[in-house]
Design a protein around this ligand. Structure first.
Ligand SMILES: [Zn+2]
Ligand SMILES: [Zn+2]
Length: 336
């Protein structure tokens, strides 16, 4: 029996870091030695009991590592391959799966959400969920999953070069949207609270607006009917509500940030201005594209990795919250 270190959520707000038996890959599964895992907002929700109830659970779904062992029948991978994992495992046979909407599969399971994930030295996943990453550094590769989700959002809004896009938020998600949409020739305006968080965007040629200096109503007026796409990359329904007037006719709102709540806006405007409200949940088939964008450095993430640490540091962050200067925390495994 080989013992490995694992971070286990044994219940709501109950974390246990300890040893457990190394999992064994069954037929059509692979055993991955984990190198890096990104901390995601979903992990906070799992910790607080706001999402799913699959305790005890090892979370961690934004991972990179090396295949150590393959189960029976696995032909596409061999030990030694550096890989990442598509966390969603759709059933493949429901009406949504058959229509290509795998992210909406009601029978879907997910690595690190409904089954054990990567906050451990090793994780077992279906071979069909694995994607090769070549020599991409593991901390960078931990961004493949969040980037794939953003690419789904970009696919939803179908922007055209030259369009004006207003991005709400200054977190990792906003950074990824800004880089991709700027790359597609869009004119981006990033709306955030703190100047310190807006400075990177400004230094990289993007327009920024601070809500600390300009009340939302003022921003709504200043950009009235000038914006083609409004992207909520933070989960602030109140901001979206206040900023609907910035949309041009035919404008789109992308609901990407995760938040509960209700907002209210003029029904007639939707009709008269032909506005569109689009949701974007998780991802569909965007892993190869995300890997390519990181490999050829069309999207850079090094500046987003503000903190790295061990499983014990992860525990502290979940219990005490993220510090103000933290964008992405990446857990490094196998280095203790
Ligand atoms: Zn995530
Ligand atoms: Zn399905």
């Amino acid at each position: 029996m080989i013992l490995i270190k694992a971070f286990v959520l044994s219940g709501i707000k109950k974390i246990e870091i300890g040893e457990r038996e190394r999992p064994v890959p069954l037929a059509h599964e692979v055993l991955i030695r984990v190198e890096a895992v990104g901390l995601c907002g979903t992990d906070f929700k799992l910790y607080r009991g706001e999402y799913g109830d699959a305790y005890p659970l090892i979370p961690g779904h934004e991972l990179a590592g090396t295949i150590e062992e393959v189960g029976e029948g696995v032909k596409s991978f061999q030990a030694g391959a550096r890989v990442t994992v598509i966390p969603n495992i759709p059933c493949g046979s429901c009406s949504y799966c058959l229509e290509g909407m795998k992210n909406q599969c009601p029978n879907r399971t997910a690595v690190g959400i409904t089954r054990d994930g990567a906050y451990a030295d090793y994780v077992v996943v279906p071979a069909a969920s694995v994607c090769p990453i070549g020599d991409l550094p593991a901390p960078v590769a931990s961004f493949i999953e969040p980037l794939a989700c953003v690419l789904r959002g970009v696919e939803r809004v179908q922007v055209k070069a030259g369009q004006k896009v207003m991005i709400l938020g200054t977190g990792t998600t906003a950074h990824l949207y800004a880089q991709i949409l700027k790359g597609q020739g869009c004119d981006c305006i990033v709306v955030g609270r703190r100047q310190s968080k807006l400075s990177w965007f400004r230094e990289h040629g993007l327009e920024t607006v601070s809500t600390a200096q300009h009340p939302l109503e003022e921003i709504a007026k200043a950009y009235g009917e000038k914006v083609d796409v409004l992207i909520d990359a933070i989960g602030m329904p109140a901001w979206v509500e206040a900023l609907v007037p910035v949309l041009r006719r035919g404008g789109k709102i992308l609901v990407f940030g995760v938040a509960q709540g209700e907002i209210c806006f003029n029904y007639f405007d939707i009709y008269r201005k032909e506005l569109q409200i689009l949701g974007s949940f998780s991802l569909i088939d965007k892993f190869p594209q995300a890997i390519a964008l990181l490999r050829n450095k069309t999207v850079v993430v090094d500046h987003l990795i503000t903190h790295q640490g061990k499983l014990t540091d992860l525990k502290k962050i979940l219990e005490e919250g993220k510090s103000d200067d933290m964008l992405k925390f990446v857990v490094l495994l196998g280095k203790e």
